[in-house]
Design a protein around this ligand. Structure first.
Ligand code: IVH
Length: 675
C-alpha cells in the first residue's frame, strides 16, 4: 500500500483528472479518453480512497457519477421561502417601481441597484452545512419543493464543497439560490441525440433543464449538460453581508458560478440602460433569458422593504417582450419518423417572428394538442425563442366562429396505411407497418447521415425516389445499386450517379462506432455507439454478447441493453447485417480518440479573417483536435477575432477569454501543426 502522503498526492491528481474528463464527457459530449481508461482512473481513485477511510471523500468525483434510482422525490422544506418576483414590461413600469421604492423608504438619496439577467431555467436551493453540499431542492410552491440532491450532485459547476477564501467566510449553514439551466448548444446537442435515438425532443431549453433535473435516475441527469448560475442566498448563519453585491462576490469566491453579466448598475437610469443593453445581447447569448432582474443593493433597505404576498418589494423582474406572433393554423399534417412515431405538425399562415418567417410548428403529440385545445382553423399565439423550434403557446378561443375542426391522430398510417397504435405509457402514436416507406426513408437517411456511414450525395429526394421505385427497401440495398438503376431515375446526371457510387464504395469501411450508430438501434446514439465499440472490438462479438454483459458497461441501463439485444435477435435485422457483410461492408476496429495538440481547447470565431475562410480555419482547428463553437461560453479558451469583430469581442474581454488576432491564431496553429 502506498504511504499516506503519496496517497493524498495521487488522490488530488486523480480527482482533478476525473473532473476534467467528466466535463469533456458529460458537458461537452466530447471525451478525450476511452471509457475503459476513464473507468481505470475512477477505479484507482475508489481503491485509494477506500484504503484510507479517514480521507474525506465527500467532495470526490467518485460521488458525482449518479446514485441508484429513486422511487419518487421526497418533499423538501426550505428554511427560508423561495420568493417570486413582480413583473414589469416597460421603462415606465421600471420607473414606477423606483418611485414606489423611494416612497416606501422615504428616501431622498439615490438608491443603488444591482442588475442581473433573468435566467430562463429552474429555480433551485442548495443547502451547505459547514461548507459541504448536503441537499438540493426545487422551488416547488416556494415553501416545499422536491429533494433532488442526487441530481444536483451530478452538475459539475456546482461545488460539492464550498471553497475557502480569506475574502468570504463560509457560513455554518447556508441556502444558496440560483437557476439551473441548459445552454442552447447543449440543448441542441441533446435534442439531436434524442431524435437520432427515436425519442421525442424537448420543446425548449427550460423544459429540457426541468426534465433533466427531475429524473429519478441521477445517472441520466449526469449525462445532461446542466449548469447553474447562483444569484442569492436564503437562510444563512455565521457570515455578515451588507449588500447584495457582496453576496454575489462571495458566491464567486466560494466557487459558485455567478452570471458574469451581473452588474452593480447604480441608479435607476443605469438599470434602464442595462435593460436595453441586455435585450440587444439576448440573441447572441449562449443561453436563454426572459428579462433582467433589478435588486436594491443595500440589505438593510431590503429588510425594511420586506415582501408583499410572495414578491419582495426590493426586486423587480423586467421582462422582454416575448418574440411572439399570432397566426392561423391552416392544417395539421402527420409526419412519420424512423421508428414509426407519428408527429403532428401545424401548417400555419406564414408569419414573421424576430426576423424569421415561420410557417410550421411541431405539436409534439395528441396529448399536447388536447392539452392546449388546438383545432384546425384556430387563431393561435406562437413563439420562438432563440434558435428553438417555434411552438404554439395558446389558442385565442375568442376568435372561433364554429368552423374550426378538431384533430385526432389517424387510425392508419398516412404513408403505408398500416395500423397506428399507441403503446401503454407512451405519448406517441406509432405506425407498425414493417414496409412503411416513410420509416424506410428515414431509416436510410439515418444510415447514410454524417454521424453514421457518412454517404455523400444521397440527399432526401434521391432516397425518396429510390424507395418509391422499389430499388431499395433497407440500408443494405444501397450497396447493390447499379449505375443503370441510378440512371433510370429522373433528373439524376451521370456525374451524380458516379459520385454516389464512389461514396458508397468509400463508406464500406466505417469506424465500428459509426456503423453501430447507422444501424438505428433504438436508444443507441453516437455516445452509446462509442461505448459499445470500445467494449466490443467487432460487430460479431457484440452480436453474441449477453444482455448482462452489455448491461455491465458504463452508461448503459436496462432499457438500452434490452433494446440492443432485441435488435440483434430480430431475424430481419440479421438479414440486413448479413447483406451488408456480403456487399463488403467491413467496419474498422475501434480506435480510442488520440490526444491531439489542441485537444480539449475550444475556439470561437468572430469577424472576418483575411487569409482564409472561416470554414477553413475551423477545419484546421478540428484537425488538430480543437473544438469550434458558435458562441462564447465559460469553457471557451480562445476567441479568434478578425476584422470587424462584433459583440463577442467585448464579451470575451469581460469573461477573460484569451483573444487571438489573426496573426496570433496563425502562429498558434502553425506551432501545433504537424506537417
Ligand atoms: S431573484 C427574492 N434573480 O425568476 C428574489 N431570480 O420570477 C428571488 N430568476 O423563481 C429571485 N434569474 O427562478 C432572481 N437573477 C435572478 C434570476 C431569478 C432567474 C427566476 C427565479 C425565480 C423567478 C422569479
Amino acid at each position: 500500500m502506498m504511504d499516506r502522503a503519496s496517497a493524498l498526492r495521487r488522490i488530488e491528481q486523480l480527482r482533478s483528472q476525473i473532473e476534467h474528463h467528466n466535463l469533456r464527457y458529460y458537458q461537452l459530449d466530447d471525451p478525450e479518453i476511452s471509457d475503459a481508461e476513464y473507468d481505470r482512473l475512477l477505479q484507482e481513485l475508489i481503491e485509494i480512497e477506500s484504503s484510507y477511510p479517514d480521507i474525506d471523500v465527500s467532495d470526490s468525483p467518485t460521488h458525482r457519477v449518479g446514485a441508484p434510482p429513486l422511487e419518487k422525490f421526497e418533499p423538501f422544506r426550505h428554511r427560508m421561502p423561495m420568493l417570486s418576483l413582480a413583473n414589469a414590461f416597460s421603462e415606465e413600469e421600471i420607473l414606477d417601481f423606483h418611485a414606489r421604492t423611494k416612497k416606501f423608504l422615504g428616501a431622498t438619496d439615490e438608491i443603488t441597484y444591482v442588475t442581473e439577467p433573468k435566467m430562463d431555467g429552474v429555480a433551485v436551493s442548495l443547502v451547505y452545512e459547514k461548507g459541504l453540499l448536503t441537499a438540493g431542492a426545487t422551488r416547488g410552491d416556494g415553501s416545499v419543493g422536491e429533494n433532488v440532491t442526487e441530481n444536483i450532485r451530478t452538475i459539475s459547476s456546482i461545488p460539492i464543497r464550498m471553497k475557502k477564501h480569506s475574502g468570504a467566510t463560509v457560513p455554518e449553514v447556508v441556502e444558496i439560490r440560483g437557476e439551473v439551466f441548459m445552454d442552447t448548444e447543449g440543448f441542441k446537442r441533446l435534442n439531436r441525440r434524442r431524435i437520432a435515438q427515436g425519442e421525442t425532443p424537448f420543446a425548449n431549453p427550460r423544459n429540457a433543464a426541468a426534465g433533466s433535473l427531475r429524473q429519478l435516475d441521477s445517472k441520466v441527469t449526469a449525462r445532461r449538460p446542466l449548469r447553474m448560475y447562483c444569484y442569492g442566498i436564503g437562510l444563512q448563519s455565521g457570515a455578515t453581508f451588507h449588500t447584495h453585491w457582496e453576496i454575489l462576490e462571495s458566491l464567486s469566491l466560494w466557487g459558485f458560478c455567478v452570471n458574469p453579466l451581473a452588474r452593480k448598475a447604480g441608479n435607476i437610469d443605469l438599470c434602464i440602460e442595462y435593460y436595453h443593453e441586455i435585450q440587444k445581447l439576448r440573441e447572441d447569448l449562449p443561453y436563454e433569458i426572459d428579462g433582467i432582474v433589478i435588486k436594491v443593493d443595500d440589505l438593510a433597505l431590503q429588510e425594511r422593504l420586506g415582501a408583499v404576498s410572495r414578491n419582495p418589494r426590493w426586486a423587480l423582474a423586467c421582462k422582454f417582450q416575448a418574440t411572439q406572433a399570432t397566426t392561423t393554423i391552416e392544417d395539421i399534417v402527420v409526419q412519420v419518423g424512423r421508428t414509426g412515431v407519428l408527429t403532428p405538425v401545424a401548417i400555419m399562415t406564414p408569419v414573421q417572428i424576430g426576423g424569421v418567417t415561420v410557417s410550421r410548428a411541431t405539436l409534439h403529440n395528441q396529448d399536447e394538442i388536447d392539452k392546449k385545445g388546438i383545432r384546425i382553423g384556430d387563431r393561435v399565439v406562437i413563439q420562438r425563442a432563440g434558435d428553438v423550434i417555434p411552438e404554439v403557446v395558446k389558442v385565442i378561443t375568442a376568435n372561433r366562429d364554429g368552423r374550426e375542426r378538431s384533430f385526432s391522430m389517424p387510425a392508419t398510417c398516412p404513408e403505408c396505411s398500416a395500423e397506428v397504435v399507441r403503446l401503454e405509457g407512451e405519448a406517441a402514436h406509432r405506425c407498425i407497418g414493417l414496409a412503411c416507406p416513410a420509416q424506410i426513408r428515414e431509416h436510410i437517411k439515418h444510415f447514410a447521415s454524417r454521424g453514421g456511414m457518412d454517404i455523400d450525395g444521397l440527399g432526401e429526394k434521391l432516397v425518396a425516389q429510390l424507395v418509391e421505385k422499389g430499388l431499395i427497401g433497407d440500408p443494405a440495398d444501397l450497396y447493390y445499386l447499379k449505375r443503370e438503376d441510378l440512371l433510370s431515375l429522373e433528373r439524376l446526371a451521370e456525374k451524380s450517379a458516379d459520385n454516389l457510387l464512389s461514396s458508397l464504395e468509400r463508406s464500406k469501411s466505417p469506424p465500428q462506432e459509426k456503423l453501430l450508430f447507422a444501424l438505428g438501434i433504438r436508444h443507441v446514439g453516437e455516445h452509446i455507439a462509442r461505448v459499445l465499440a470500445s467494449a466490443f472490438p467487432s460487430l460479431e462479438s457484440l452480436m453474441q454478447a449477453s444482455r448482462a454483459e452489455i448491461l455491465s458497461l458504463r452508461d448503459i441501463g436496462p432499457e438500452v441493453a434490452g433494446s440492443i439485444t432485441r435488435f440483434f435477435h430480430e431475424p430481419a435485422n440479421l438479414k440486413v447485417i448479413e447483406k451488408l457483410r456480403q456487399a463488403g461492408v467491413q467496419p474498422q476496429i475501434y480506435a480510442p480518440p488520440q490526444s491531439l495538440p489542441l485537444s480539449g481547447k475550444s475556439f470561437v470565431f468572430t469577424g472576418t479573417l483575411s487569409g482564409m475562410a472561416r470554414s477553413e480555419a475551423k477545419q484546421i482547428v478540428e484537425s488538430l483536435g480543437g473544438q469550434v463553437s458558435a458562441s462564447l461560453t465559460k469553457t471557451t479558451d480562445y476567441l479568434v477575432a478578425g476584422t470587424e469583430a462584433g459583440s463577442k469581442l467585448r464579451k470575451a474581454t469581460d469573461q477573460d477569454v484569451e483573444i487571438l488576432d489573426e496573426e496570433k491564431f496563425l502562429a498558434l496553429i502553425g506551432s501545433k501543426r504537424v506537417l
